[in-house]
Design a protein around this ligand. Structure first.
Ligand code: CAA
Length: 390
């Protein structure tokens, strides 16, 4: 039985910061951000969007009534979750009106969470072929104003429906995964910003890719020539290119050209959204599928997932016939073209806005947020969400 990705939804907030403006304000050459880091725009989450609403908006794009009945498992991968106890999946389950006979959980292992969710979903579908699983990867990446990590922030979510007989991509069985205890990036529960050892994180990302790629080749007998494209977890778009370059010499000139060209297509969306942590790899996959015209059905796509701390995995998928008919390119073009640019000072104000932590009541202005699902306020230490479509 084929199991894989049947639908992919995406959502990013309606405001963004131009990286050239950020560079000017921070006194660095714009090319450091646009070429050295490889980012053009950074999605900014207004206070009316949090990881729950971002994920719910991403899923809203793709779910029909049949999905709402068939989905019986919601898996929410996030590392910027809003509650240490209740899972973000339960809120999304309610906001989307899903089948009450569902499981709903949150998974955490830095940017690896959504990949863990997908692998768990595969097992669930293997046991329950009629079911569908909604896997969400949703995050707001925050390092802090004037920090080295600032240029690699972002906000957004990807929603994936995993099912039998998937219409976009079959996920192949063989994959390689690897864990090692590394303090490259972490966020203690008392902090709303991540701590990071930037240099170590880059080194470990590369080391994990080297390790899982080597093991994958040994396990499967496959090599670079067997891949139409390789997608990477993209905290910023330059890093995947660096990882790809470490293996390009294994291919002929044709293979190298193909992989580099397809890598570029796989970074288009990430370049204008920024790091969305758990969803980044799947945003890159979406970018490849929607921005590259001529990927043939049956093509094999490699995927490198990395979650600091650290867990890495290399796994693969096969494009299904007519996969293009199941994408939503127009929606995403509209989403990007209707965003509004904010100034650096507006971004700094938004970054420093906070919600009450003393149980007091706050009502947020959701009229300025075009998203269907918003955070409308807080009272009694509870978040109040609205789905404007209901
Ligand atoms: N023109 C062109 N390029 C320039 C330039 C210019 N004028 N000025 C600098 N550059 C280049 C530098 O040469 C460098 O390129 P190389 O890496 O190829 O040498 C690049 O721009 C970045 O410059 P620095 O290394 O000096 O940048 P930095 O130290 O200020 O910060 C960073 C870079 C470490 C990635 C930092 O942004 C950071 O800490 N980010 C958060 C952590 C992160 O994203 N780590 C990635 C791996 S961890 C992971 O994947 C999990 C996750 O999602 C967090």
């Amino acid at each position: 039985m084929k199991i894989g990705i049947d639908k992919i939804g995406f959502y990013a907030p309606h405001i963004y910061l131009d990286m050239n403006q950020l560079a000017k304000s921070r006194g660095v050459e714009p090319e450091k951000f646009t070429i050295g880091i490889g980012q053009e725009k950074m999605a900014i989450a207004p206070i009316t969007q949090d990881p729950v609403t971002l994920a719910a908006n991403a899923a809203l794009e793709i779910l029909d009534e049949k999905d709402r009945k068939d989905i019986d498992f919601v898996i929410f991968g996030t590392e910027s979750g809003i509650d240490s106890s209740k899972s973000a999946a339960v809120y999304v389950h309610d906001l989307l009106g899903l089948n009450p006979n569902s499981r709903a959980i949150e998974i955490k292992q830095a940017c690896y969470g959504a990949t863990a969710g997908i692998q768990m979903a595969k097992g669930h579908i293997a046991l329950n072929p009629e079911s569908k699983v909604l896997v969400l990867g949703s995050d707001i990446a925050r390092y802090g104003l004037n920090t080295p990590g600032e240029a690699t922030q972002g906000a957004g979510a990807v929603a994936l429906v995993i099912s039998a007989n998937p219409r976009i991509m079959e996920l192949e069985e063989k994959s390689v995964y690897f864990t090692n205890d590394i303090m490259d990036f972490w966020r203690p529960v008392y902090s709303d910003k991540a701590f990071v050892d930037g240099k170590l994180s880059n080194e470990q990302y590369m080391a994990f890719f080297t390790e899982v790629w080597k093991q994958y080749k040994e396990k499967t007998g496959l090599g670079l020539k067997d891949f139409e494209a390789i997608c990477f977890h993209l905290p910023y778009t330059k890093i995947g290119l660096k990882a790809l370059r470490t293996v390009l010499e294994e291919g002929t000139e044709d293979v190298k050209d193909r992989l580099v060209e397809n890598y570029t297509a796989s970074t288009d969306y990430n370049r204008i959204v920024g790091n969305i942590y758990t969803g980044s790899l799947y945003l890159s996959l979406l970018s490849l599928l929607e921005q590259k015209e001529d990927l043939a059905e049956g093509s094999r796509i490699g995927m490198f997932s990395y979650g600091s701390g650290a867990v890495g995995e290399f796994f693969t998928g096969i494009l299904q016939p007519d996969y293009k008919d199941n994408l939503r390119v127009e929606n995403h073009n509209t989403l990007f073209s209707s965003r509004t640019e904010v100034t650096v000072s507006e971004y700094e104000d938004i970054f420093q806005e906070t919600l009450p932590t003393d149980g007091s009541t706050v009502k947020l202005n959701i009229d300025e947020d075009p998203a269907s699902i918003c955070l409308a306020g807080m009272s009694d230490n509870k978040r109040n969400y609205v789905n404007k479509m209901k």
